[in-house]
Design a protein around this ligand. Structure first.
Ligand code: HEC
Ligand code: HEC
Length: 290
C-alpha cells in the first residue's frame, strides 16, 4: 500500500511525513466532497422556483372604522383564543396574523379551515361558519369586516374587487401552461391533488371557488408557495382559474396507472435523496481506494 502512495510534494519523506500526506489527501477529498454538496444545495436554492413575497397593497376603501370595529368583535369571539389579543399569535397554538392580509382571511375562513377546531387536522377544507359563509349576504359582510380588521394590522395581500366570473380568464389554454409550470408539481396536472413530503397533502382543486383559488395563489397557505402579482400577473391568475374550472372532473391518468398520485414533487425528492446517497457512496469508495 505504502509503495503506491506518492505525496504531491514527491520528496522522499519519512514514514510519518507520508502518513500525514495521506491524511492531508483524505482531508482534501472530504473538503472537495463538502464543497460539492454545498454547491449542489446552493445551485438548488438558486434555481428552485422561489415563493415571492406578495406585494403588499395599500389598505383601500375597506379601511372603514365601523367595519373594522365589527371585524374586531368577530375576531374576539372566534379567533382571539388562538391568534392572540393583538393578532400576534400564541406560542404553540397559532401563528401571528399581522401582515397576512385580507386575502389570507378570506381563503382560510371561507374554506372552513379557520376557525380551526381543536380536533380538526390543519389545512382541511370544511363548511365555513354560517355567520362567515360568503354565500350569504350577512356572511359576506362579516367576512369583509373580519378581513378589514386583519388588513388594518400590517396590511398584506388583498383580493381584487372583482368577484365570481370576473375572476375567470378567457384563455384556459394559457392557464393550462401556467398551471403546469407553477401548480402541477403539487396538485397534479388536472388539479387532482397529491402527496407532498413531510405528510403534507396538496388538496384536490374541485371545490375551490374562483375567489378561493385567487386567494390561495396570493397567500400561499401552508406548504404552498405564494404567487405575487410579479410572479403571476392578475391576468395569468385568472387564466389559471379558467383552466382549473375547465378540467374539473376530468380523469387524471389517460395514459394508464397513476402511481397512486404520489406526485412528481415527492418522486423527485426520492430520486434526489437516493441519487445523493449513491453519489456520496461512490465518492467515499473512490476516496478510500486511492
Ligand atoms: C384553535 C385555534 C385557532 C383558531 C380558533 C383560529 N385559528 Fe387561525 N390558525 C390556527 C393555526 C394552528 C394556524 C396555522 C395553520 C397552518 O399552518 O396550516 C392558523 C392559521 C391562520 C391563518 C393563516 C396565516 C398565514 O400565515 O397565512 C389565518 C389567516 C387565520 N388562521 C385566520 C383565523 C381567523 C380569522 C380565525 C377566526 C375566525 C382563526 N384563524 C381562528 C389556529 C387557529
Ligand atoms: C409546493 C406545492 C404547491 C404548489 C406548487 C401549489 N400548491 Fe396549492 N396547495 C398546496 C397545499 C399544501 C395546499 C393546502 C394548504 C392548506 O393545507 O391550508 C394547497 C391548497 C390550494 C388550494 C385550496 C384548495 C381548497 O379546496 O381548499 C388552491 C385553490 C390551490 N392550492 C391552488 C394552487 C394553484 C392555482 C397553484 C399554482 C399557481 C398552486 N396551488 C401551487 C400546495 C401547493
Amino acid at each position: 500500500m505504502d509503495s503506491t502512495t506518492s505525496t504531491p510534494r514527491a520528496c522522499p519523506a519519512p514514514r510519518d511525513r507520508r502518513r500525514s500526506g495521506k491524511l492531508h489527501r483524505r482531508l482534501v477529498a472530504g473538503l472537495v466532497l463538502l464543497i460539492g454538496l454545498l454547491s449542489t444545495g446552493g445551485l438548488y436554492l438558486v434555481f428552485a422556483p422561489r415563493p415571492q413575497i406578495a406585494t403588499a397593497q395599500p389598505a383601500s376603501a375597506q379601511a372603514d372604522p365601523a367595519l373594522i370595529d365589527k371585524g374586531e368583535q368577530l375576531y374576539d369571539s372566534a379567533c382571539i383564543t388562538c391568534h392572540g389579543t393583538n393578532l400576534q399569535g400564541v406560542q404553540g397554538r397559532a401563528p401571528s396574523l399581522i401582515g397576512v392580509g385580507a386575502a389570507a382571511v378570506y381563503f382560510q375562513v371561507s374554506t372552513g379551515r379557520m376557525p380551526l377546531a381543536r380536533e380538526q387536522p390543519e389545512g382541511l377544507r370544511k363548511a365555513p361558519l354560517p355567520e362567515l359563509n360568503p354565500d350569504t349576504a350577512a356572511g359576506r359582510q362579516n367576512l369583509q369586516a373580519l378581513s378589514a380588521y386583519v388588513q388594518a394590522h400590517g396590511g398584506g395581500p388583498q383580493l381584487p374587487t372583482e368577484r365570481g366570473t370576473a375572476l375567470v380568464g378567457d384563455d384556459p389554454a394559457a392557464g393550462s401552461d401556467s398551471f403546469r409550470l407553477n401548480c402541477a408539481s403539487c396538485h397534479s396536472f388536472v388539479g387532482r391533488g397529491g402527496a407532498l413530503t413531510r405528510g403534507q397533502y396538496a388538496p384536490i382543486l374541485n371545490q375551490a371557488t374562483p375567489e378561493q383559488i385567487y386567494a390561495a395563489m396570493l397567500t400561499g397557505p401552508a406548504a404552498m408557495p405564494t404567487f405575487s402579482d410579479r410572479s403571476l400577473t392578475p391576468g395569468e391568475k385568472k387564466d389559471i382559474i379558467a383552466y382549473i374550472l375547465s378540467v374539473r372532473g376530468q380523469r387524471n391518468s389517460p395514459g394508464g396507472y397513476n402511481l397512486g398520485d404520489i406526485g412528481p414533487s415527492a418522486e423527485g425528492m426520492t430520486a434526489f435523496v437516493l441519487g445523493m446517497v449513491a453519489l456520496v457512496g461512490i465518492t467515499v469508495w473512490l476516496g478510500a481506494k486511492s
